[in-house]
Design a binder for this molecule. Structure first.
Ligand SMILES: C[S@@+](CC[C@H](N)C(=O)[O-])C[C@H]1O[C@@H](n2cnc3c(N)ncnc32)[C@H](O)[C@@H]1O
Length: 279
């Protein structure tokens, strides 16, 4: 076995045994790239020296988690997905007196605020609660602030229009120098929480779960576990939205869901397409 691969195994063991963070079921190639990047960022030279710091250095863990997390996102990323949520999912959610939404792997919060805008424009936000979770506390802190670089706003504005937005995107933020600050009213029904999809359990009964571009970092076994967690967290008839490069079709959980918009990875628990439903 390659020496660096042995070191990566030591890294995984150290994270699990010392801190309870289990990366053993992350996709090996991307995990290796992230660990190599950590070695460069912290000028450790080797993975083993990084492991030494993980084991012994107080306060080093959050920096490792930050390096392993890839909190890249956009508002209304893949606008067709948000248009489909607006046109096909929100009208169904409108029949519930209270709407719980779990946004798992929320990164810097761009999707959280996109959802809040969709709900606001559909007149549903007052009775909605968005639980926005991630395992990276630093990302959650950025998300809670809702401050982003001005240069991002142009793309996001285009995404918003393509997603069916009928206002001006600039109605939702104030611009200061190189930054935009999203309207704080958008976060009035958002709860930001640390939740690890590998080790933590169900924590709410959701009508919609959005977890996009997170499963791509997981092995098939961990994807199955996570999809099982989502199935168990949804009310019957609740919706699941994954990233456009992710899929439930090869997981045992698939038999519990109906495709609402297969290409855009929007599914509904139960319904006519579900062959089995263990709820
Ligand atoms: C590429 S971002 C996706 C952001 C957003 N959902 C999107 O699609 O634009 C992946 C996020 O998943 C989070 N993540 C990775 N592993 C996780 C885990 N085990 N539990 C919770 N969040 C995790 C990372 O911290 C990161 O913020």
């Amino acid at each position: 076995m390659d020496v660096e691969d042995i070191e990566i195994q030591l890294f995984v063991q150290a994270m699990r045994l010392r801190h309870g963070h289990d990366f053993s079921e992350y996709a090996p190639a991307s995990l290796k790239r992230r660990v190599q990047q950590l070695v460069r960022t912290h000028e450790s030279g080797t993975v083993v020296r990084l492991v030494d710091r993980i084991l012994h250095e107080e306060g080093f863990l959050p920096r490792v988690i930050e390096g392993l997390s890839v909190p890249v996102s956009e508002m209304f990323r893949d606008p067709a997905v948000f248009r489909s949520l607006r046109d096909k999912v929100l009208p169904v959610l409108a029949s519930y007196p209270e709407i719980n939404i779990w946004q798992a792997g929320c990164a810097h919060g761009q999707e959280v605020y996109s959802l809040a805008i969709l709900l606001e424009e559909a007149g549903l936000y007052e009775r909605s609660r968005i639980y926005a979770t991630d395992f990276n506390d630093a990302a959650l802190a950025v998300a809670a602030e809702g401050i982003y670089a001005t240069r991002e706003a142009r793309v996001w504005s285009r995404n918003y229009i393509e997603a069916g937005g009928s206002h001006s995107f600039s109605d939702y933020y104030s611009a200061r120098y190189d930054f935009i600050k999203l309207d704080q009213r958008l976060r009035r029904n958002v709860t930001f929480l640390n939740h690890n999809l590998v080790t933590d359990e169900v924590f709410c009964e959701a009508h919609l779960i959005l977890c996009r571009n997170v499963l791509i970092y997981f092995s098939n076994a961990l994807q199955d576990r996570t999809l099982g967690l989502f199935r168990d967290s949804l009310v019957r008839g609740g919706f699941l939205c994954l990233g456009t490069r992710e899929n439930i079709d090869f997981s045992p959980a698939a038999s519990c869901f109906t495709h609402i918009d297969g290409a855009l990875r929007i599914y509904q628990l139960g319904g006519s397409g579900a062959k089995a439903l263990k709820k």
